[in-house]
Design a protein around this ligand. Structure first.
Ligand code: ZN
Ligand code: ZN
Length: 196
């Protein structure tokens, strides 16, 4: 089945571990962003991605655009929204992409499967089919029919990284100074702070 896919999608599936509607969405969003920003060279550190959820889609975004936490050009905002903003630092251009696909809303078929599942019925096969239908719909849709693409309203977020580190007064492990908590007048790491 995977043979029919674009190699980027095939590799993203391998990276993520499975093919699902979220991964398909992230793939489409990432492709649209690269096109909008004329970023022919993905994996360019000039590209910054801001994801507003940590769902399956975020894996495709990372994989296709090359923006990662480690490089500091992937930013997570925990808003629980299928909204993705990308910037090309070199050109200063930014694009905000919001998913607006009716197929992602819980439709009657999904509700029915959920009800039967809650009643104890094994619907795993039908659920898998349902998900694959969604994947197919996402891969087939035109950008304009399921993505709201507009210029980013906010400027490129600062991705300056603070590397100064200090030692925790409790566990003795080093941590980023900017994450320090004060406990009993001592500077401690967050896990130790939460234990006290
Ligand atoms: Zn997934
Ligand atoms: Zn500690």
């Amino acid at each position: 089945m995977n043979d029919q896919f674009d190699p980027d999608l095939r590799d993203a599936i391998q990276f993520h571990g499975h093919l699902c509607p979220g991964l398909a969405l992230g793939y489409r969003v990432a492709k649209a962003a690269l096109k909008e920003l004329n970023a022919e060279r993905p994996h360019d550190e000039e590209l910054v991605a801001v994801v507003e959820n940590d769902s399956c889609a975020a894996d495709a975004i990372q994989f296709i655009t090359g923006a990662t936490f480690g490089k500091g050009n992937l930013i997570f905002r925990d808003y629980g929204k299928h909204v993705y903003t990308f910037y090309n630092r070199r050109t200063g251009k930014g694009v905000r992409i919001a998913e607006d696909f009716r197929g992602f809303e819980n439709d009657a078929r999904y509700d029915e499967l959920r009800k039967r599942q809650q009643a104890g019925e094994d619907v795993s096969r039908e659920m898998a089919e349902f998900k694959m239908d969604k994947v197919a719909a996402v891969l087939r849709a035109d950008d304009k029919d399921f993505l709201k693409i507009e210029p980013a309203s906010a400027p490129v977020p600062s991705t300056a990284r603070i590397r100064a580190s200090v030692r925790c007064a409790v566990c003795g492990e080093r941590f980023m100074e900017s994450r320090a908590r004060v406990s009993g007048g001592r500077s401690v790491c967050i896990p130790c702070f939460e234990k006290e």
